[in-house]
Design a protein around this ligand. Structure first.
Ligand code: UGA
Length: 449
């Protein structure tokens, strides 16, 4: 076992980012990816998903011999003083997290970790999962510390968030192990300006907090943080629905509401609701944890219900404006769950395209990064195009469903030229309402009066 050698289990957004960054902070990192196709891509010095700045960090670390992509636990775990678990936690049909990868990875690592090793859980798991893994390690009689180190990075700004963090949280019963993991981030912080320059990501002089907690608190911090952000979005969307009825503008409302420092403006952007691999799952995971412990988290059930209503609400707004959707040509622009990523998990743009298609519209769709990823989730009748213009040409209406800069920068007259109709639904509130109307189009926002 080598103090400076670390294994990262799982090469998704969290695993690959963590591995590549720590490889630039003085550590030798093995990153395990069992999927052969993905592993082959990583070995060439690229990630298999789109994330700003990440490829150059991977490539330079591999070339320097500090990042070793592999599918072998045997070649990596026994040499490592720290093992990060960053495996996936897909949804169960009932909305709870499927932990089979989490437990499978821990079992596999348990057979190979050397005494004194620290096992770090980065995958988002329901509170009390760590206790179960710790008990499993004890049962096997291995001398390994278990800590929870929740991840707060956002897709699309993964490098920036990890380098210029608000807080690093590490929770566990073994305080020495907690301190060792906090120190890894201190080493990363020492290198962050150099890494940011190499990756060409924005730099920020932020002094993040290092927070050490109990094991269960760390697990609960992670899901509570995501749940609260989801709650803010659903709150903004509820107010947007009211704004639509009372002829108010939700952007004006949230700008002023968010100016109160106690509230804050972030995550009060109304629109087609939240998607992605985290918020929908963490909200349902928290609801399930509550129910298992006899606590009814009604506030989160409400947030979830509001969110689930939003794609349908957007389609309804278009229907109201066109009278009927049957046979109408509609272009959906934006399929990624947000800009800056090719991820389409629980994407509202995909949901909107499918609802439109089911209701009889002829749907074409385009995303600057996520067409390929979206294909499997879209109904067969939805036609994917290679440009926004191809999707919009000859359409009765267009719906903007992801806030890509490419769409933000469109001149309303270009949109008017492409469409045969006039309806423009801005489901991410990125267009200039007045300029859109002045181009002879009909601006339809979410909560924009
Ligand atoms: C989220 C959290 O922001 C991260 O802190 C956390 O680490 C991550 O989940 C995770 O658990 O791994 P992410 O899912 O990448 O990050 O994306 P966000 O930027 O938070 O956006 C989530 C969704 O909310 C997107 O669909 C976005 O369009 C939507 N959103 C966001 C809104 O609808 N309104 C807003 O005001 C903000």
């Amino acid at each position: 076992m080598n103090e400076k050698t670390i294994t990262v289990l799982g090469a998704g957004y969290v695993g690959l980012t963590t591995a590549a960054l720590l490889a630039h902070a003085g550590y030798k990192i093995y990153v395990i990816e069992p999927n052969q196709k993905r592993l082959d891509v990583i070995k060439t010095g690229r990630s298999f998903f789109y994330e700003e700045g990440l490829d150059v960090i991977i490539k330079t670390a591999i070339d320097a011999g500090n990042l070793v992509p592999t599918d072998s636990y045997e070649d990596s775990v026994p040499q490592s003083s720290v093992v990060f678990s960053c495996v996936g936690t897909p949804d169960n049909p009932d909305g709870s997290s499927n932990l089979s990868y989490v437990f499978g990875a821990a079992e596999q690592a348990a057979a190979l970790m050397q005494p004194g090793c620290v096992y770090v859980q980065k995958s988002t798991v329901p509170v009390r999962t760590g206790e179960r893994i710790e008990a499993m390690f004890k049962e096997k009689g291995i001398d390994v510390a278990y800590v929870s180190n929740p991840e707060f990075l956002r897709e699309g700004t993964a490098l920036y968030d990890t380098l210029f963090f608000d807080r690093v949280v590490v929770g566990g019963n073994d305080k020495k192990a907690v301190e060792r993991v906090l120190n890894l981030y201190r080493d990363l912080e020492a290198e962050r300006e150099t890494i940011a320059r190499l990756a060409e990501v924005e730099s920020h002089p932020r002094k993040g907090k290092y927070i050490s907690t109990s094991l269960n608190s760390a697990e609960l911090i992670k899901v509570s943080a995501n749940a609260f952000l989801a709650l803010k979005i659903s709150f903004a969307n509820s107010i947007a629905k009211l704004a639509d009825k009372v002829d108010a503008d939700v952007v004006e409302v949230m700008d002023a509401v968010g100016a109160d420092e106690r509230i804050g403006r972030a995550f009060l952007n109304a629109g087609r609701g939240y998607g992605g691999g985290c918020f929908p799952k963490d909200v349902s995971g928290l609801i399930s944890s509550g129910l298992e412990n006899g606590v009814d988290l009604e506030v989160m059930q409400a947030a979830q219900a509001v969110n689930q209503s939003m794609p349908g609400y957007v389609v309804e707004k278009l229907q109201d404006s066109l009278d009927s959707l049957i046979g109408k040509k509609v272009a959906v622009l934006g399929l990624a769950f947000k800009s800056g990523t090719s991820d389409v998990r629980k994407s509202p743009g995909v949901a909107i395209a499918n609802v439109l298609s089911k209701q009889g519209a002829i749907v074409s769709a385009y995303d600057p990064q996520a067409n390929e990823e979206a294909e499997a989730d879209l109904l067969r009748a939805v036609r994917l195009t290679g440009s926004w213009r191809d999707a919009a040409d000859g359409s009765d209406a267009v719906i903007f469903a992801t806030e890509w800069n490419e769409f933000r920068e469109l001149n309303p007259t270009e949109i008017a030229d492409a469409l045969t109709g006039t309806a423009v639904v801005d489901a991410v509130n990125i267009l200039d309402k007045q300029a859109t109307n002045e181009a002879g189009l009909r601006y339809i926002g979410v909560g924009r009066s």
